[in-house]
Design a protein around this ligand. Structure first.
Ligand SMILES: Cc1cc2nc3c(=O)[nH]c(=O)nc-3n(C[C@H](O)[C@H](O)[C@H](O)COP(=O)(O)OP(=O)(O)OC[C@H]3O[C@@H](n4cnc5c(N)ncnc54)[C@H](O)[C@@H]3O)c2cc1C
Length: 243
């Protein structure tokens, strides 16, 4: 089947900062991005970077945490997990480096009759969860579950909706995603008008997805869940997610 070639945008690393001990914020700018637009929560790009270890170029998905049309500029927040080419690239990223990306894809749109949002993510999904939290309107209620290593990795959550923020700390020896899954499975929820969004390690997300649909009986349309990465698997694509 013919697939249209997606536009690739050329960009330069403008700045790199640590927003948490194992999370780098990388700002990308450049005239090659002038036709790029990205205005909706959770939108992501496929970023093409060169692994400093072997010089191979790989493409990996990253959420656009901030977009500014003026420069134009995007910020991506990258987990420095140390095991993959993109994480290694981010660890060594420096102003002036050139990259490219395609997209954006995957915009979140709130369910029309939702009154309560359950949001959940590990560090890889934290940028996406925060873009949703910032976009929910005043009057919307919700609970935001974010798994991080410990209190030192907590970041600011802002927005106009009435959201409870629950930081879930990983205890030593636990696999990423397990503590998040346990917390989400116990999350108290109102009886009606609930919608849910979750992403993170694929095994944990599988259990969370099942909980959304079979445990609390949410219609699939109101229960988004996507594996953003998978333990011991490079470049994981979740076969059960649509975008
Ligand atoms: C739509 C979408 C949006 C995403 N947004 C973001 C984002 O904003 N920020 C972000 O950091 N990630 C994000 N991710 C996840 C990111 O694409 C993956 O973590 C990706 O695998 C990283 O590539 P890599 O080259 O570092 O590792 P890979 O080559 O893919 O994997 C190598 C090894 O590293 C492990 N690994 C991969 N990711 C992690 C992790 N987070 N923690 C621990 N071990 C890991 C794998 O299990 C594997 O063993 C997103 C994924 C999707 C699908």
């Amino acid at each position: 089947m013919f697939r249209a070639r997606r536009t690739r945008y050329a960009a330069t690393v403008k700045s790199v900062s640590r927003i948490a001990p194992r999370m780098a914020r990388i700002s990308l700018e450049g005239p090659g991005m002038s036709a790029f637009r990205c205005d909706e929560p959770t939108q992501w790009v496929k970023l093409f970077v060169t692994d400093p270890l072997d010089g191979q170029t790989v493409g990996r998905a990253y959420t656009v945490r901030h977009y500014s049309s003026a420069e134009p500029r995007i910020d991506i927040d990258v987990v420095l997990h140390g095991k993959g080419p993109a994480a290694r690239w981010a660890e060594a990223a420096a102003p002036g480096q050139e990259v490219s990306f395609g997209g954006p894809r995957g915009a979140f749109r709130p369910e029309a009759d939702a009154a309560f949002y359950l949001l959940a993510g590990d560090e890889s999904a934290q940028p996406a969860v925060l873009t949703i939290a910032e976009s929910l309107p005043p009057g919307m209620r919700g609970a935001v579950y974010l798994e991080v290593e410990g209190p030192q990795a907590e970041t600011e959550v802002s927005g106009q909706a009435d959201l409870d923020i629950i930081w879930v700390h990983r205890t030593t020896g636990r696999r990423k995603g397990e503590a998040l899954r346990d917390a989400v499975l116990k999350a108290p929820l109102p009886r009606e008008h609930v919608a849910a969004w979750a992403a993170g390690e694929s095994g944990a997300v599988k259990d969370i997805r099942r909980h959304f649909t079979e445990g609390i009986g949410l219609d699939r349309r109101r229960a988004y869940a996507k594996g953003y990465w998978k333990l011991d698997e490079a470049d994981h694509r979740d076969p059960l997610a649509s975008d």
